[in-house]
Design a binder for this molecule. Sequence first.
Ligand code: DX5
Ligand code: ZN
Length: 224
Amino acid sequence: MIKHLIAPSLLAADFGNLARDLVMINETEADWLHVDIMDGMFVPNISFGPEIVKIAKKYAEQPLDVHLMIEKPERYIDVYRNAGADHISVHIETCPHLHRVIQQIKDSGAKAGVAINPHTSVHQLEDIIEDIDIVLLMSVNPGFGGQKFIYNTINKIKSVKQMITTTNSRALIEVDGGVGLQNAEVILQAGADVLVAGNSVFSAENPKLAIYALKNLGIQGLYA
Ligand code: DX5
Ligand code: ZN
C-alpha cells in the first residue's frame, strides 16, 4: 500500500527564519512543500509572491506544491513555474475556461491541480478529473491558516475518491485546512492521499515530531 503524503504549508512558517524552517523540513519525512499564494481579491488575505517561492526553491528538497488563490490565475502560471513550482493548483471558482488553464499548466511542465472551496460541489470536477494530477479539496474557506476543519469535507473526499476510481483518473486527493493528528486518520480513511499541514506542524512544540506523527499514524505513543 502506498503511504499517504505530508505537505507542510509554508504559510505557517516563521518568515523571519524562513531558511532555517525550510532546512528543518528537509530533515523530516515531508513529501511536498505546500505554498499558498493569496491576492487579496479572490481571498481576503495577501500572502507572498514569486520572490519567496524562489527562496523556497533554493532551500526546499521537496517538490513545491503551489496553491494559487488568485483571480485570473492564467496570468501567473509561467511566473510561478519559473519561480520553482512543481505542481500548480488553480481554483475552479476562478476559471471559466478551466480546461484551457489546465493545459497551460501541463505545457509549462508542472503537475496540474484543481482546488475547490468548501461550498463548491465536487460534481463540477466530473468533466476535468481525467485531465488532472491533483484535486485540492479545501477543508476551510481559503485565506488564512489556523482555521477549523469543516467536517463535510469527509463526504466530499469519499465522492471524489469514487469519481477517481470509476474514471481511472490518476489524480491524488489533497486536503487543505485544519488538518492535524485529531482528524488525519478519518481524512485518510475517506480516501485522501495528501495532507496539508500548516499550524499543526509549525505551531507544534516540536515540528519535526509533528510531521513524523502525521506520517506514521497508528504508531502509538509517538505524540501526545
Ligand atoms: C488556507 C491555505 C492553507 C493553510 C493551511 O487558505 O490554503 O494551505 O496554509 O493552514 P492550516 O493547516 O493551519 O489550516
Ligand atoms: Zn493551501
